[in-house]
Design a protein around this ligand. Structure first.
Ligand code: CP
Length: 311
C-alpha cells in the first residue's frame, strides 16, 4: 500500500480483516518493522480515539511518533498562485515538503467545512498532502471519509457476528450540531464490499451521496429497518443534498432499547448520551462500542504495517 486515503486502497479486504484479528492476538510480532521510522500525525481537528489508537499502533510496530495540532502552528495556504499578504503564513507546498523531511509516513485529520460542498468533495487538504509531501499519507478522517473507523467496524463485526451474512443497519440519529457524512460514507462503502445485508435508515432529506449508497436498501422507518437486525450502527450526519444543514432534530429518532431489541449496538464515538442513544442501550451487554474503539488500534496497525512493508 502506498497511501491510505479510503477503503479502496485496501487490496484484499477479507485478508486484511483476518490479519487485523491476528495482529490483535500478537500485537508486537512486527515490532522491528518500524524501527527508525517516524509517523507524524497532523490534526486540523480534535480527536481522542484516532490520535491515541494510531499512536499505539505505530508504537506496536516499533515506530517513533510525533503529533502536531496544526491550529497551533502557522496558518496554511492551500490555493495556488495566491498573494499571501493576509493571515496565512505558510503554503502547503513548503509545509508538506518540510514535514516529509521529518516523517516516513504522515497521517492527517481534516474535517469538511460543511459550507462549500464542491471544495469539501475535492478533498483539498488530503490531496494537497498527497501532492506535495514526499512520503505516504494516511487519512485519519477527511472531508468525506473515515476509512480507519470503517476498517475497525468490520473487524468488530467479523469478531462478533453469529451468522455468515448478518443484517447490518446504519441508522441516522439526532445531534444538536451539524456533523460530516464521512463516517457514514465509509461505513456504507466498506459494508458494500462484504457479505452483509445493509439497510440505511434516515429521515427524509438525509440521503447520503447516491454515488456511495448505490442500490443499498434505504428506509425511513427505524422500527421496520431494525427488525431482525444483527447490528445497528448509529451515527448522525448533516444533510448531503441541503449541504451541511440540520433539517431534523426529532428526538424520536434516538436509539432506544425498545426499538433495537437484541441487535448489537455500534457507534464510532464520541456519542451524546440520551440524544443519539439512550443509556440503557449504551450500558447494555449488547453495546459493542468499546470493542470498536479497541479495534481502532489494530485497524491502524494493519494499515501502517502494509505501508511500512512498501517503503
Ligand atoms: N471515532 C473517532 O474517530 O473518534 P475521535 O474523533 O475521538 O478520533
Amino acid at each position: 500500500m502506498k497511501h491510505f486515503t479510503n477503503i479502496y486502497d485496501i487490496v484484499n479486504l477479507s485478508e486484511t480483516i483476518k490479519n487485523g484479528i491476528e495482529l490483535k492476538k500478537e500485537p508486537y510480532t512486527f515490532s522491528e518493522l518500524g524501527k527508525h521510522k517516524t509517523l507524524v500525525m497532523l490534526f486540523f481537528n480534535a480527536s481522542l480515539r484516532t490520535r491515541l489508537s494510531t499512536e499505539k499502533a505505530a508504537k506496536n510496530l516499533g515506530m517513533e511518533v510525533m503529533v502536531l495540532n496544526v491550529n497551533d502552528t502557522w496558518k496554511l495556504e492551500f490555493e495556488d498562485g495566491t498573494v499571501m499578504d493576509m493571515e496565512k503564513s505558510e503554503h502547503i507546498k513548503e509545509a508538506a515538503n518540510v514535514i516529509s523531511q521529518y516523517a516516513d509516513i504522515i497521517a492527517v485529520r481534516a474535517f469538511p467545512s460543511l459550507k462549500d460542498k464542491e471544495k469539501d468533495e475535492s478533498e483539498y487538504v488530503l490531496n494537497s498532502f498527497i501532492k506535495y509531501a514526499t512520503v505516504p499519507i494516511i487519512n485519519m478522517e477527511s472531508a468525506t471519509s473515515h476509512p480507519l473507523q470503517a476498517l475497525s467496524d468490520v473487524i468488530t463485526i467479523e469478531e462478533l457476528k453469529t451468522t455468515n451474512r448478518p443484517k447490518v443497519v446504519l441508522s441516522w440519529a439526532p445531534h444538536p450540531k451539524a456533523l460530516p457524512q464521512a463516517v457514514a460514507n465509509s461505513f456504507v462503502n466498506i459494508m458494500k464490499a462484504l457479505p452483509v445485508d445493509l439497510t440505511i435508515v434516515q429521515p427524509k432529506g438525509y440521503e447520503l451521496n447516491t454515488k456511495i449508497t448505490g442500490d443499498t436498501i434505504i428506509s425511513y422507518n427505524q422500527k421496520e429497518a431494525f427488525a431482525n437486525a444483527d447490528f445497528v450502527c448509529a451515527k448522525n450526519w448533516s444533510s448531503y443534498n441541503d449541504y451541511g444543514e440540520v433539517l431534523n432534530s426529532d428526538p424520536s429518532w434516538m436509539i432506544t432499547q425498545d426499538k433495537i431489541g437484541q441487535a448489537k449496538f455500534m457507534h464510532c464515538l464520541p456519542v451524546r448520551r440520551n440524544v443519539v442513544v439512550e443509556d440503557t442501550v449504551l450500558d447494555s451487554n449488547n453495546s459493542i462500542v468499546m470493542a470498536q474503539a479497541n479495534n481502532r488500534t489494530y485497524a491502524a496497525q494493519i494499515v501502517l504495517k502494509s505501508i511500512l512493508e512498501n517503503l
